[in-house]
Design a protein around this ligand. Structure first.
Ligand code: TRP
Length: 445
């Protein structure tokens, strides 16, 4: 049973804090770069608008009506076959799985905050050596910072919804926005800014392969935190008279704006001082530090601020990835918050160690299957299979299982004329799109 309720602004901050994460600042720029910019960005934006927004409302509605952990909410709201539908809630396990690599990446970021205090690599080549030697040889550093991330996240979760999650988001989200806004303002004064705009917004349709298309759709899910019950769990603590459409709008708006702003800023720096839109996951860990070096003293300050902002984004998302399972053990098994937070934390901390080892020379041979390391497998299985599957289940659940009259009673007055289009999209457009995405990602198509 829930007693704690988010404040109005607290909910938006927490949900936006969940959505704005490593996906926006680390992943989005490098996949946009990889798939050629403009057209990819357009597909992503359209997916966010046409599918993401309506699933966001659906996920909020399940939490808002269910008022409990994800498993109990599904069970409560299904008129028949409750025991089957409750498995919809076990999607939340995906959050713990994502944390296995998410926490390791936050560890890298902590390490980069500390090292940027005294050192920036002078060339992209040097930056690459620094990153790769951490990744492939330095177990101790990765283990240490991964453990720091685990302690931080578990500590905040243990403080609860209001005293922990809401409070952290209340400070870190504005700080993140201020840092990014300041760096973005600086970027607009540089000559390369227009190049970055052209790269991000001029669509080159020849670059849109089916893989690019599917990646863009999948990313829209990941970046909006959809499909595993993070938004659902937060929504169980919404005030009774909350307007779901307005809340969903703000979350989608902030998440998308921050992704675009971060992308434009990074590409400006890379065009102006670096080697252009670099490809691959090393973008912010390799190409960017070298560009910061070229910027001189401003770059030194920016490097620290940038990695601090990135850490904030990652931490506020992390708590939302773990909270659904914490809530589950509290609601269903009457665990104390401490016991639930610590157990969930220890789970991702333990398996995170193997994610680190799966990149370490000498160990990775034992943790690689079918050309993918354990680290990559976790990323792939969660993003490619679990999240789209979760989105599909939620769309079908709200579209077909919860009685329409119940859905209408909350949503009709909020959506007005848009109610029928929204409902139609949940019933037909979203499930079909999700199904296609899943098949393509699994390599079946
Ligand atoms: N949206 C976050 C990001 O962009 C990641 C994330 C947090 C997430 N909570 C989630 C992804 C729930 C899927 C589901 O980095």
């Amino acid at each position: 049973m829930k007693i704690a309720r988010f404040s109005r602004i607290g909910f938006i901050m927490a949900a936006a804090g969940s959505a704005v994460g490593l996906g926006n600042i680390w992943k989005f720029p490098y996949i946009a770069g990889e798939y050629g910019g403009g057209a990819f960005v357009l597909v992503y934006l359209l997916t966010v608008l046409l599918i993401g927004f309506s699933i966001m409302i659906a996920e909020m509605l399940i939490g808002y009506l269910g008022r409990m952990d994800t498993v109990s909410s599904f069970e409560e709201l299904a008129p028949v076959n409750k025991h089957l539908w409750k498995f919809g809630g076990f999607q939340s396990l995906a959050g713990l799985f994502i944390m296995i690599f998410y926490s390791v990446v936050i560890g890298w970021i902590f390490n980069y905050i500390i090292t940027s205090l005294t050192y920036l690599p002078a060339t992209p080549k040097e930056a690459e050596i620094v990153f790769n030697s951490m990744l492939h040889t330095d177990f101790i550093t990765q283990f240490f910072y991964h453990t720091v991330a685990f302690i931080w996240i578990t500590y905040v979760l243990n403080k609860g919804l209001k005293g922990g999650i809401e409070r952290m988001n209340f400070y870190l989200m504005p700080a993140l926005m201020i840092i990014l806004a300041g760096m973005f303002a600086y970027a607009t004064t540089l000559g390369a800014f227009s190049q970055a705009v052209a790269f991000m917004f001029a669509p080159d349709w020849s670059k849109i392969t089916s893989e690019a298309f599917v990646t863009a759709v999948g990313h829209a899910f990941f970046t909006l935190s959809l499909g595993m019950g993070a938004i659902m769990t937060y929504s169980a603590s919404l005030e009774k008279d909350a307007n779901l459409v307005k809340n969903a709008f703000w979350v989608v708006f902030l998440d998308t704006t921050i992704a675009i702003v971060a992308g434009l800023m990074l590409f400006t720096f890379l065009y102006q001082y670096g080697s252009g839109p670099a490809k691959g996951p090393g973008l912010v860990f390799i190409s960017l530090p070298a560009a910061f070096y070229e910027m001189g003293i401003v770059g030194n300050v920016f490097a620290i601020l940038f990695f601090v902002a990135l850490a904030f984004a990652g931490l506020t998302s992390s708590v939302s990835l773990v909270e659904p399972m914490v809530q589950y053990f509290i609601d269903r098994f009457s665990w104390s918050r401490l016991r639930a937070s610590l157990s969930m934390g220890l789970f991702f901390w333990f398996f995170g160690i193997f994610a680190i080892l799966s990149n370490i020379d000498g160990a990775k041979e034992y943790l690689t299957w079918g050309g993918k390391s354990f680290f990559d497998w976790v990323d792939y299985v969660t993003a490619a299979i679990m999240l789209p599957l979760g989105g599909l289940i939620m769309a079908v659940f709200v579209g077909f299982i919860i009685p329409k009259s119940k859905v209408e009673s909350v949503m009709k007055s909020q959506l007005k004329w848009a109610f029928e289009p929204w409902y139609f999209s949940l019933r037909y457009i979203t499930p079909i799109a999700m199904f296609v995405v899943m098949l393509s990602l699994m390599g079946v198509l």
